[in-house]
Write a protein that binds this ligand. Structure first.
Ligand SMILES: Nc1ncnc2c1ncn2[C@@H]1O[C@H](COP(=O)(O)OP(=O)(O)OP(=O)(O)O)[C@@H](O)[C@H]1O
Length: 340
């Protein structure tokens, strides 16, 4: 488990002090994929790099499996770091070494024997799907393949934790998906804890169990990914979610609104997203419902349905329909007139 207690990181610059991480406390549980999302400059890299002391926090505690890394001497820290793998946006491979040698490097640094290295590297390359690339050089590989080498190298010493610093930001969408799928597979197969930072909410949606939203050095919201998507509290979180759900109503739709109708946003969580609650209620109340926008997203394989509808008809019947929709289940949320 990783535990950050009151972590604070500042940099001294010519223009004065910059606070990158502002008294953050966080617990990351073993085996989870934990994402940290935020815009550029929010402090994500600084926070991540404090987790393995690549950056030393100005104050605060970084515990890995109950050991406070900030209290270790150089030798102890080197040992502890072997249990924290890291991958980078630009892969950080040594271009003058082959794929095999890049991965072997991490094992040599941990004083592993030649025999062990000869056996272990092919296993690692097979795990990341590069069994046939051992003798190639980084320049002969695609971006996705380079990141696979980075992952193999990071896993060489059986880490407890894998830190991912914008690991897919330099990759195209298809390659991003394949790297995220590999990370998920490794998480499930090896029970490895993964912490990733990203500015893309899509990455969070794709593989994370929990997410923290970071702004100006602070964590402003943290929770289970599904709950955060279904019920974001902070406007910045909503902004990030919007980049995935694309739920803005096009202005043409608003121009052609029925002046007597009311706009409702209806959100279904879990299995009921697949039921026909809305049509049942509208039929029973003789209310007309016009779907203006709607979709069902699957987040961690659980459906989240969101619809924007215009309801029209006798106003008492519309109120009754809204009441019934609210009542039908606690998992259904009706936000009446979305424009107000
Ligand atoms: N080595 C450094 N020296 C001085 N200031 C720094 C240093 N590293 C980061 N900063 C500053 O700290 C703040 C947080 O930066 P950080 O890189 O941690 O954020 P980030 O969310 O990871 O952004 P990005 O995605 O652009 O890397 C920024 O204001 C940045 O300019």
């Amino acid at each position: 488990m990783i535990e950050l207690v009151d972590l604070y990181k500042e940099y001294q610059t010519k223009r004065g002090k910059v606070i990158a991480v502002n008294h953050v406390s966080l617990k990351i549980e073993p085996g989870e994929i934990f994402g940290i999302v935020g815009y550029s400059g929010a402090g994500k890299s600084s926070l991540l790099r404090c987790m393995n002391l690549l950056e030393r926090p100005t104050t605060g505690v970084v515990r890995l499996n109950d050991v406070d890394l900030t209290t270790l001497n150089t030798q102890e820290l080197r040992q502890a770091r072997q249990k924290i793998g890291m991958i980078f946006q630009h892969f950080n491979l040594n271009s003058s070494r082959t794929v095999f040698q890049n991965v072997a490097f991490a094992l040599k640094a941990a004083n592993k024997s030649k025999d062990f290295i000869e056996k272990r590297v092919p296993e690692l390359l097979a795990l990341v799907g590069l069994a046939d690339k051992a003798d190639q050089y980084p320049s002969q590989l695609s971006g996705g393949q380079k990141q696979r080498v980075g992952i193999a190298r990071a896993l060489a010493n059986d880490p407890h934790v894998l830190l991912c610093d914008e690991a897919t930001s330099a990759l195209d969408p298809k390659t991003t998906k394949s790297i995220l799928a590999l990370l998920k597979e490794i998480n499930e197969k090896l029970g490895l804890t993964i912490v990733l930072i990203t500015h893309e909410m899509e990455v969070i949606k794709e593989i994370c169990h929990r997410v923290a939203v970071m702004k100006e050095g602070d964590i402003i919201e943290v929770g289970n990914v599904y709950d955060i998507f279904a019920n974001p509290k902070q406007s910045l979180t909503r902004e990030f979610i919007e980049t995935v759900l694309h739920f803005e109503l096009p202005s043409e739709v608003l121009q052609h609104r029925n002046p007597h109708g009311i706009l409702v946003k209806i959100q279904f969580k879990g299995e009921i997203a697949e039921e026909s609650i809305v049509s049942d209620v509208l039929q029973s109340c003789k209310v007309k419902g016009n779907i203006l926008h709607g979709k069902i997203e699957y987040i961690q394989n659980v459906p989240l349905g969101i619809f924007i509808m215009e309801l029209s008809g006798d106003s008492q019947e519309v109120d009754k329909a809204l009441g019934l929709l609210r009542e039908r289940t606690s998992e259904l949320e009706v936000i009446a007139d979305v424009l107000k």
